[in-house]
Design a protein around this ligand. Structure first.
Ligand SMILES: Cc1cc2nc3c(=O)[nH]c(=O)nc-3n(C[C@H](O)[C@H](O)[C@H](O)COP(=O)(O)O)c2cc1C
Length: 180
């Protein structure tokens, strides 16, 4: 499969089967994160690998909604990043998360980004603190997101290229719809 074919087939997956992920595949996913480009090659991130089902279940309470998938996933990778190591820390974390997401897709696995930074728990506490306290993550690390991974229990259709929003692409200069 070409990268472009993979991109057309990729989707966020929020329901997983009970099948564990092969240890080699876990290593390949983590390797993808470590291979991600970073601003000034700072490698400002650290990843926390979580495969304890009880911890995964509790992590799902990091926010009231849109954390679906954590409790059924056999694996999650918490993407943390140091603003002291790079002013482009969000971008560094994002690239690593996306490399892992795409690597999982290439291995035939599902995954989903769960946003942590900027979100709150049901008790109005920062979701970042909830995750930091549970996993012993230092408070000077930003918790950008948690990536869930597993064998997909969903069937998703590939994207139809005809439905891509080409109006979002401006050639040469910015053109809004009503000036054409
Ligand atoms: C920055 C970012 C934050 C996201 N946060 C969440 C989230 O908190 N929970 C969730 O279920 N999906 C989350 N997603 C996945 C998006 O909802 C998903 O990519 C989007 O709906 C498009 O669906 P697709 O990935 O299947 O193409 C996030 C994606 C990105 C890029």
């Amino acid at each position: 499969m070409t990268l472009h074919e993979l991109l057309l087939q990729r989707h966020s997956i929020r329901r997983y089967t009970d099948e564990p992920i092969d240890a080699e595949d876990v290593k390949t996913i983590l390797e993808a994160g470590l291979l991600a480009p970073t601003s000034k090659n700072a490698r400002s991130w650290d990843f926390v690998v979580v495969d304890n089902p009880e911890v995964l279940r509790r992590l799902e309470h990091l926010k009231p909604s849109y954390a679906t998938g954590l409790s059924s996933a056999p694996l999650a990778v918490v993407v943390t990043v140091s603003p002291e190591k790079s002013e482009a820390y969000i971008e560094d974390a994002t690239c690593a998360a996306m490399f892992m997401h795409l690597q999982a897709a290439d291995l035939g696995l599902g995954s989903c980004w769960i946003q942590v930074r900027g979100r709150d728990t049901a008790d109005n506490e920062p979701s970042e603190n909830y995750v930091r306290d549970m996993l012993g993550i230092p408070y000077d690390m930003v918790v950008e997101c948690i990536m869930t991974f597993g064998h997909s229990a969903e069937t998703r259709k590939p994207v139809d290229p005809a439905k891509l929003k080409w109006e979002k692409v401006h050639i040469g200069t910015w053109k809004s719809d009503d000036t054409e």
